[in-house]
Write a protein that binds this ligand. Structure first.
Ligand code: FAD
Length: 415
């Protein structure tokens, strides 16, 4: 039996055509069509389809089956259920810089709330730091029922061994079944360390999280094999089930002013002398940092921009709009833009209000990093470029002529 196309869902983006390893899919009149002779039911296309328009029979992969967008399911051996059942609750590690909470932590509270409700358990934030008790208010207002707080001068600066020690002690005592962290520099560092110490599984850079109702397992979906396959990973054997999620992958939940919860205070048992790492000085990198994931307007350029010098016209447009310049990997590899500006699977995931894709073809590895932007504007001289399938507004033509005109016009109107 071949993959079935749900025509009413198909947006004609061509992601399945690109991903199919057997050349079994084509676009006919903007709708995916499967060649049953070539289709092997591998399910790769089901995983990459952003519109859930492809279906495999229930026992394999389908948009409605419990193995949603699953092509590879990493199985583990059977577990001792009595031990596993002692673990309850969903935890979110609250990352902050001297009390300034990272947006990704709020985004994780949003998805954490859904997971906790599906499991019928509490959602808790873990807040570590010095003089941060007043921050619990925000954590409750973004949906947490509880905050586990360790407030101690020793925790003023983030240090892996000190923070990891606190998280491990909390897990040993309170036994959460799920723990989520941001896939940030700090989150990646802490999550790997904690997971190793607790000898549990960790799935990095998840793009979807859901609960399998019968087993109560966390289904952790992330791109694999260069983005052509979406793998759903389960951690059957150990607890907590740990995942990291990049900033802007999950939507920001609505703040519920006045929402209150329970603060559970715990003591830090590690003394300064027990910690090998000492912070001698913190040196700011200055103004050169790029925070693509926080930008509301991004003007991104690809190989079609043609040269490093041509990126100036993108910068001019970004300046008029108060935006930030981004780039495709091809533009980064050409040396036209620095890697910190790369959008996509191996760059930054962004979710701006407006995303300009200029001279970008729309490869799946780029799309996964920007397709949830509120509005996408594409300029490309190829009318068949895949980027137009996800764009809200598309202009076919030479970006080198169109972008300066657009900038000029916007300048007039915005003055
Ligand atoms: P191209 O595909 O070469 O497209 C250039 C486009 O510009 C074409 O559509 C062309 O029609 C158009 N064009 C040319 N001249 C003009 C003009 N004058 N005016 C208007 N349009 C014009 N890519 C990413 O972007 N981010 C990632 O994070 C990423 N991660 C990857 C990870 C893996 C494991 C792999 C295998 C690949 C990854 N890639 C990533 C690369 C990705 O597959 C594509 O190769 C890349 O996105 C292509 O970049 P591009 O669209 O700029 O270039």
């Amino acid at each position: 039996m071949a993959v079935e196309v749900i025509k009413s869902n198909c947006i004609g983006c061509g992601a399945c055509v690109q991903a199919c390893p057997f050349d079994a899919l084509d676009l006919v009149d903007g709708i995916a069509v499967v060649d049953p002779e070539k289709c092997t039911d591998c399910g790769v296309c089901v995983g990459v389809c952003p519109a859930r328009a492809l279906h495999l029979e229930e026992s394999k992969c389908s948009p409605n089956s419990k193995e949603q967008s699953c092509n590879v399911k990493i199985k583990e051996k059977q577990v001792d259920n009595s031990e596993i059942s002692k673990y309850k609750g969903v935890w979110v590690y609250i990352e902050h810089s001297y009390g300034d909470i990272a947006d990704v932590s709020y985004e994780l509270l949003g998805i954490g709330r859904k997971l906790a409700d599906d499991l019928g358990v509490k959602l808790a934030g873990i807040l570590l730091g010095s003089d941060v008790k007043d921050k619990t208010k925000d954590i409750f207002e973004y949906g947490a029922d509880q905050v586990y707080l360790v407030d101690d001068p020793v925790l003023k600066d983030y240090r892996t061994e000190a923070y990891s020690h606190c998280v491990e002690s909390l897990v040993d005592k309170y036994k959460p079944e799920i723990m989520l962290m941001g896939a940030t520099t700090q989150g990646r560092d802490l999550a790997g360390y904690v997971a190793t110490k607790l000898q549990t599984g960790l799935t990095a850079d998840c793009t979807e999280l859901a609960i399998e109702q019968e087993s109560r397992l966390l289904l952790q979906t992330r791109p694999a094999f260069g983005g052509n396959v979406m793998a759903t990973i389960v951690c059957k054997e150990s607890r907590p089930q740990m995942s990291t999620v990049r900033p802007r992958v999950m939507p920001m939940p609505e703040k519920r002013p006045g929402n209150k919860g329970e603060v559970i205070e715990e003591k830090n048992t590690l003394q300064e002398d027990d910690i090998a790492t000492k912070i001698l000085e913190i040196v700011s990198e200055g103004g050169g940092l790029v925070y693509l994931d926080r930008a509301d307007i991004i003007v991104s350029g690809g190989k079609g921009v043609g040269s490093k010098e041509n990126f100036k016209i993108l910068q001019d447009l970004a300046d008029v709009l108060g935006g930030t310049v981004g780039a495709s990997r091809a533009a980064v590899e050409a040396g036209w833009m620095e890697q910190s500006r790369q959008v996509g699977q191996t760059g930054t995931t962004v979710r701006p209000k407006i995303y300009f894709a200029l001279g970008i073809s729309g490869a799946i590895q780029h799309l996964v990093g920007m397709q949830t932007s509120d509005v996408i504007v594409a300029i490309n001289n190829d009318p068949d470029a895949t980027i137009f399938n996800v764009a809200n507004y598309g202009i076919v033509g030479d970006l080198k002529k169109i972008v300066p005109e657009l900038t000029k016009e916007l300048k007039k109107r915005l003055q």
